[in-house]
Design a protein. Structure first.
Lengths: 102, 398
């Protein structure tokens, strides 16, 4: 998968799948089974992730897409309300934007 | 709230060195917990002041609300800290003008104390009872910036212009943990990691020691999730604790309202309050919500933890426990009884957790504690006269 990311632009669907796998790694497979993870899922309310889980999710995003996007900078620019409302779709769109601007 | 605790130990040590020490608070019951010789200066307003009276009732109710996750930080500032500090400010100014202290110690969340110190030009030190909040600056800087904006807004309202927060003193900020536990982060020199300060506290809570000694099942664990959550949350939480540990070969000390359930398992001892520091030497592990005080007191005794963070900075405190390898973390919203059972047995049976907890204890001991904190405070109260040191040196070295 890493090879693909460095050579091709990922589709919206591919990015979604990768992010979903990171969420599974962070909160654990057995919990994810009971959850309906969609693009509209918010990290805080729907996925019930606390700040340390959001940090560890963002570390996975960083190490996967590291060279191509400034995820840390993007996340840092968010204020509290934006973080509370952050949805999966926001990240997918951000990654897509970074890819197409290359 | 446990934020007062480190100042009780510091105060006892300061009194021991012959200083005069007073506490400014809204809470009259604090008088019973102060070290001998300590003075309580209550923030009180005229009965006729309807606005202030309403605020007092408001603050009393609001602190019992259920909040969790990142949203709880918004709640903490907007609904609790800003109104509380605004409410206390006038009273603090009046008290300080009469008491005329040489040094003020403000809790980092009681920024009204720092603002008052700045307004009256009195040196102040800051007591950081929730150090994970500092670490959060690095992990999620957006949250920290938002917090600073709230504090600065209040500062401006109370007469301090500019957009730099004065909440933590640039002369001395005491952080009650060790560098080892806190983790890597570059911070200015005025942040002093003195370790937890937990000695010399008044023992307030009676405890059924006889029943405790009669509990023959080992190991022994303590379960405590603080006091600020309402009935339905507690019922759900302790229901899982009962399911997880009710039939296990362990003795369980639970900090809870005993009326929460009609009956508790035989291997449980339930009390609304416990003398935690006196109890810890006899325990093998602690299950808690990741409050800084309970975590540090547990690690000061070299015991492993199961942390189930609920709100505020607790998620980050839990992160430090995991980073130091001294415990296991569960998600408060998601965990089931079986996960708690597994986590408890994991920290009890794998000696690596205890060994890691003991490394943290060692780092706490090396941090210096109350004695180091007091040396720093005394220096702040009576700075050497300008040029005095240089003059002394010349005398000795020429």
């Amino acid at each position: 998968m890493d090879a693909i990311t460095t050579q091709h632009k990922l589709s919206n669907e591919e990015i979604f799948t990768i992010l979903k796998s990171f969420i599974t790694e962070v909160i654990g497979e057995e919990f994810v089974e009971d959850m309906d993870i969609s693009r509209e899922s918010s990290f805080t309310r729907d996925l019930e992730m606390d700040s340390i889980e959001i940090v560890s999710f963002s570390e996975k995003v960083k190490s996967h897409f590291g060279e191509h996007i400034d995820f840390t900078g993007w996340l840092s620019s968010m204020d509290l309300d934006q973080l509370i409302n952050l949805k999966l779709d926001d990240i997918i769109n951000y990654i897509e934007t970074c890819q197409s601007s290359k | 709230m446990g934020h007062i605790n480190p100042t009780l130990s510091l105060g006892a040590a300061l009194l021991g060195r012959g200083h005069r020490v007073a506490w400014i608070s809204l809470d009259a019951s604090l008088a019973d917990r102060l070290p001998q010789g300590g003075e309580l200066l209550l923030v009180q307003y005229d009965q006729d002041d309807v606005a202030k009276k309403n605020s007092e009732q408001y603050l009393d109710q609001i602190t019992k609300k259920n909040v969790s996750g990142i949203e709880s930080i918004k709640f903490l500032y907007e609904e609790v800290l800003i109104p509380l500090n605004r409410f206390m400010f006038d009273g603090i100014i009046t008290i300080l003008q009469a008491f005329k202290p040489d040094v003020i110690i403000n809790d980092h969340q009681l920024f009204a104390g720092a603002i008052a110190a700045c307004r009256l030009l009195i040196p102040y030190a800051t007591s950081v009872t929730a150090p994970a909040a500092i670490k959060m600056m690095e992990d999620l800087p957006g949250i920290h910036e938002w917090e600073i904006k709230q504090i600065v807004g209040l500062q401006q309202e109370l007469g301090i212009p500019g957009d730099r927060s004065v909440a933590t003193s640039e002369a001395l900020t005491l952080v009650y943990t060790s560098r080892h536990f806190f983790g890597e982060m570059s911070l200015p020199d005025h942040y002093k990691f003195v370790g937890p300060v937990i000695q010399n506290r008044q023992v307030m809570n009676s405890f059924d020691w006889e029943r405790f000694r009669g509990m023959d099942k080992h190991p022994r664990i303590l379960v405590s999730i603080g006091t600020t959550f309402d009935h339905s949350y507690k019922k759900e939480f302790f229901g899982k604790v009962i399911e997880a540990l009710g039939n296990e070969p362990v003795s369980v000390i639970v900090v809870s309202d005993t009326a929460l359930f009609d009956t508790w398992p035989d291997n449980f001892l339930v009390q609304e309050k416990v003398p935690q520091l006196e109890l810890l030497p006899y325990l093998d592990a602690v299950v808690c919500h990741g409050g800084h005080n309970t975590v540090c007191e547990t690690l000061s005794h070299g015991l492993p933890l199961v942390v189930i963070p609920i709100a505020y900075d607790q998620s980050h405190v839990a992160g430090r426990v995991i980073h130091a390898e001294s415990g296991v973390r569960l998600n408060y919203k998601r965990f089931k009884a079986v996960h708690l059972k597994e986590a408890v047995w994991d920290v009890l049976s794998n000696p690596a957790y205890k060994a890691a907890a003991q490394r943290v204890r060692q780092s706490f001991e090396q941090a210096g504690g109350a004695a180091t904190a007091i040396d720093l405070l005394e220096r702040l109260a009576a700075p050497p006269p300008a040029g005095g040191l240089a003059f002394d040196r010349k005398r000795f070295y020429h």
